[in-house]
Design a protein around this ligand. Structure first.
Ligand SMILES: NC(=O)c1ccc[n+]([C@@H]2O[C@H](COP(=O)([O-])OP(=O)(O)OC[C@H]3O[C@@H](n4cnc5c(N)ncnc54)[C@H](OP(=O)(O)O)[C@@H]3O)[C@@H](O)[C@H]2O)c1
Length: 325
């Protein structure tokens, strides 16, 4: 029998602890996602992928990466000119010529969304839509919960919740007829943890998480898959350069790449974020008493930091007021 020297055992344990601590501190996603290195190209090539919110930000980058992996794309948002601009930049087996531009407004109601679904299905009648990437969202500047207006509440919810759910409800029967379909939902870290200053946005993302995990549990045996993606702060064309230098945002390229990895590996939920948001997500999920205690320390400071255009992700929010940048 091999007997291990206790000192050697201790050294190995310390080494492993430091190794995993380093991995965790430098991670930009949850452990399962980090273990998957590459997208599965065969799950994307020649598949029909419909992306909402593809006119800018993460959606635009998703369109570029999916086009280069050989997807047949349908790109949607409200502004048709922006979509046409995006289409001209796409390169791939079916891009730019095979890319379909389908303008839509998620808050326009069931009749108009039904027409959009029928049109999307008619673009590729042989296969129908394989992946629906629900990426579009409405987000307002951060404000205190006390300053939320009814108009702001409706504007956020109409797009993020009823609009997204209605589109899903109308598309799912087509997918069920074909025996397969995959919804990829751009949720947020704000759909997993409190988001002081963004309570309504957070509520809309929690709602999406609940809806899509329930949908999967009802329909997975009929070939429907769901991947819920929860990014923390992401660097996009909207916030590049204009934000606080101390904020460590994951690039939209990395966020899009990890989203495609998650979807093609069939992961059910993934988190994409640098620290400290990632550790807060783990705490709220697995040690809620500590996680919520921590967020209570941050809450008011974060609203004040947002009002002063300071960092809303800094560790210093734990300690006191963040000065304006
Ligand atoms: N950026 C981040 O730090 C971050 C972090 C966590 C989660 N997320 C999530 O990731 C997704 C993409 O974020 P992003 O920052 O890239 O967004 P973004 O730059 O603000 O782009 C939003 C997209 O949604 C479209 N859109 C907005 N309202 C719409 C409506 N009523 N109907 C149809 N399309 C509409 C916009 O195009 P039109 O204006 O032309 O319609 C645009 O293409 C969102 O779901 C967001 O909540 C982002």
């Amino acid at each position: 029998m091999i007997s291990l020297n206790p000192i050697l055992l201790l050294l190995i344990s310390v080494f492993l602890f430091i190794f995993f601590l380093f991995k965790f501190v430098t991670a930009y996603g949850d452990f399962t996602l980090m273990s998957k290195k590459q997208p599965k190209r065969e799950e994307i090539e020649d598949k029909v992928v419909w992306i909402t919110g593809a006119s800018r930000g993460i959606g635009e980058i998703l369109a570029k990466q999916l086009a280069s992996l050989g997807a047949k794309l349908i790109i949607s948002a409200r502004n048709e000119d922006d979509l046409i601009r995006v289409r001209t930049q796409l390169k791939g087996k079916h891009a730019p010529d095979g890319v379909k531009v389908l303008p839509l407004d998620l808050s326009s109601g069931e009749d108009s969304l039904r027409q959009a679904v029928e049109k999307a299905e008619s673009f590729f009648p042989d296969s129908g839509v394989d992946y629906m990437i629900h990426n579009a969202a409405h987000e307002r500047p951060k404000t205190s919960v006390l300053d939320v207006t009814e108009e702001g509440l409706k504007a956020t919810f109409d797009v993020n919740v009823p609009g997204t759910i209605t589109l899903t409800r109308l598309l799912a029967p087509f997918m069920l007829r074909g025996g397969r379909g995959h919804f990829v939902v751009m949720s947020s870290a704000a759909g997993k943890t409190p988001a002081p200053g963004s309570a309504v946005y957070s509520a809309s993302k929690y709602a999406l998480n609940g809806y899509f995990h329930s949908l999967r549990s009802e329909l997975c045996r009929k070939g429907i898959q769901v991947t819920v993606v929860c990014p923390g702060p992401i660097e996009t064309s909207n916030n590049a350069g204009s934000n606080v230098p101390s904020e460590r945002r994951v690039s939209s390229e990395k966020c899009a790449e990890l989203t495609i990895i998650a979807a093609t590996h069939g992961l059910k939920e993934v988190w994409i974020s640098n620290q400290p948001v990632l550790v807060v997500m783990y705490l709220v999920q697995y040690m809620p008493t500590i996680g919520y205690w921590l967020m209570d320390k941050v809450g008011q400071n974060r609203v004040e930091a947002a009002a002063n255009k300071g960092s809303t992700y800094s560790l210093s929010l734990l300690l006191g007021k963040k000065k304006a940048a």
